[in-house]
Design a protein around this ligand. Structure first.
Ligand code: PEP
Ligand code: MG
Length: 582
């Protein structure tokens, strides 16, 4: 995908936009120097000393991870990735397997570790589940750290960079990204990786503009080259001319100025020009996101994705730990409500500790409420924690991946059961908690009238509703051109759900990414949606756009779009309607 630019020496590369923002810096082409595994046989007398040397190296490696992790406590995803590495090193199984090889094959610890790691690497590489395959990087990282300790080397530290640097690497593990110093790193470019890799998630959470999937980046970009990383578009410019650098700086400045300008809207009411109020809430993936809510003018939490609490650990969080998280979210949302979703595990979100069968079509398989009802003991703990947290504010429970009303009824039964249990135990709990259903499947959209009668509110998850309505895998780059929230089938489904819910007197939210697109937000409001939930930083921009239109305009725009036959025509009409707007 790389091509030479117009000006001699300038190189324009394209990849996948993985973490937003524009970063400009000096390339540090980071090629991992792979340590050599020394291999030698041992005299039987030396075997126990060798195993002790190995155990010491494992303890040192664990202490290093602990030292890196300590200042990152609270950066939840980073913390959990380092925890995975620690878990691998603490695992008796791995340590015993290496010791067994040292004993039975009478070989040195580095050799035994190398053999064991190659076996594990093959095992992970063959796993069908993409999430588990990605854990391979954590296993490799842990082994590498252990090996460097055995060899008496200081592990590589990307932390000692002089900034602003753009890290260019064939691959960068999440743990490596987590060690980067935000003050000194301007951006990241990698050859490997996808938008949903943990590397991308950590980079986003650290605010580092990142482009992944850039073919040949380490060969084409030289150490010391100036590099521009555009994490919004997926463009990477190496060796730009002075004019291009100035252009990009200007773009970055106007991007920052726009964000500041939008931030002024944070304090204004979210309403159309003619006074129609729309509730704008924040999507929260961890307690870390709570701080951004008030600053960006969020009215509570519209979606807390609880499954992130379960990933990267071998045992699920217990009731107490969940209760503490949910209470923090409820308190963070006050005086507004917090919508907390029951586990949406499955598909691309699989926790380390839950054994599961491989599935040919995981997106159509055991995920969301299907997992929770298949493992009611897990759902019960979650519901108990939620009911207890509800005593501290306004908590609403949301059920993901609903495909029929039986799932709602079964969940309600469990909820009532758990409530009786808690009442008997004397625990503090709220007198009532609202229950809502996500509309993410065409089935849920089609029976929205019946669904609405079973719940207190509906929330449309457009990320999945698009995937299932258009039959387009949301993770698959090769069919990404079909993944379009403006597809007439999606707009009609939203209108149908809104009409059905309103006929039953229930409010409707949209909590998928579509809500964060200012033009699409106007269309959703025009279709009658009552609430939009998005990552908090997107709120001011959406609010600014809503405040610039009247409800009548939004309705007539949405009505016109519904009559169009293709996504392209919808996009063109919308583009025309907002030409020149932010
Ligand atoms: C959605 O599908 O729109 C949604 C909000 O849920 P998730 O992105 O977690 O699948
Ligand atoms: Mg979803």
């Amino acid at each position: 995908m790389a091509r030479r630019g117009e000006q001699s020496g300038t190189l324009l590369l394209e990849g996948l936009a993985a973490a937003p923002g524009i970063g400009i810096g000096v390339a540090v082409v980071w090629v991992r120097t792979e340590p050599v595994f020394p291999e030698y046989s041992l005299h039987p007398d030396r075997i126990e000393t060798e195993i002790e040397r190995f155990e010491r190296a494992a303890r040192d490696a664990l202490a290093q991870i602990d030292a890196i992790r300590r200042p990152l406590v609270g950066v939840e995803i980073v913390d959990s990735i380092l925890s995975t590495q620690a878990m691998i090193l603490e695992d008796r199984q791995l340590r015993d397997d290496v010791a067994r090889r040292v004993r039975s094959e009478r070989i040195n610890a580095e050799w035994a570790l190398g053999l064991e790691m190659r076996r594990l690497d093959r095992l992970f590489a063959e796993m069908e589940d993409a999430y588990l395959r990605e854990r391979r990087a954590d296993v490799r990282d842990a082994a590498r750290r252990l090996l460097l300790n055995l060899l008496g080397h200081e592990p590589d530290r990307l932390v000692e960079l002089r900034g602003p640097a753009v890290i260019v690497a064939s691959d960068l593990s999440p743990a490596e990204v987590s060690q980067l110093d935000r003050e000194r790193v301007a951006g990241i470019v990698t050859e490997a990786g996808g938008r949903t890799s943990h590397t991308a998630i950590v980079a986003t959470s650290l605010g580092l503009p990142t482009v992944v999937g850039v073919d040949g980046a380490t060969a084409r970009i030289g150490d010391g080259d100036v590099v521009v990383v555009d994490g919004d578009t997926g463009r990477v410019i190496a060796r730009p001319s002075a004019r291009e650098v100035e252009n990009e700086r200007r773009r970055e400045r106007s991007r920052a100025a726009l964000e500041r300008a939008w931030l002024r809207h944070a304090v204004l009411p979210a309403e159309t020009r003619d006074g129609r109020r729309v509730r704008l809430c924040g999507n929260v993936d961890s307690a870390r996101d709570l701080e951004a809510l008030a600053r960006h003018g969020a009215r509570g939490v519209g979606l807390f994705r609880t499954e992130f609490l379960y990933l990267n650990r071998s045992t699920p969080p217990d009731e107490e730990e969940q209760f503490r998280h949910y209470r923090a979210v409820v308190l963070g949302a006050r005086p507004d409500p917090a919508v907390i979703r029951t586990l949406d595990l499955g598909a691309d979100k699989v926790p380390a500790g839950l054994p599961r069968r491989s599935e040919a079509n995981p997106a159509l398989g055991l995920r969301g409420i299907r997992v929770s009802l298949a493992r009611p003991e897990i759902l019960r703990v979650q519901l108990r924690a939620m009911l207890r947290a509800a005593a501290h504010g306004r908590l609403r429970i949301l059920i993901p991946m609903v495909s029929g009303i039986e799932e709602i009824r079964r969940t309600r039964e469990l909820l009532e059961d758990v409530r009786l249990e808690l009442e008997g135990s004397g625990a503090g709990l709220a007198s009532s908690v609202e229950l809502g259903a996500m509309v993410e499947t065409p089935a849920a959209a089609a029976v929205a009238d019946a669904l609405a009668l079973e719940v207190d509110f509906l929330s449309i998850g457009t990320n999945d509703l698009i995937q299932y309505t258009v039959a387009v895998d949301r993770e698959n780059e090769s069919v990404a051109y079909l993944y379009d929230g403006l597809h007439p089938a999606v707009l009609r489904a939203v209108r149908g759900v809104v009409d059905a819910a309103h006929a039953a007197g229930r409010p409707v939210a949209v909590c998928g990414e579509l809500a964060a697109d200012p033009a699409a937000a106007v269309v959703l409001v025009g279709l009658g949606v009552d609430e939009l939930s998005m990552q908090a930083p997107a709120i001011p921009r959406v609010k600014a756009r809503l405040r610039a239109v009247s409800l009548a305009d939004a309705r007539s725009l949405a009505g016109g779009l519904l009559a169009l036959p293709t996504a392209r025509e919808v996009g063109d009409r919308l583009g025309k309607a907002f030409r020149g707007s932010n």
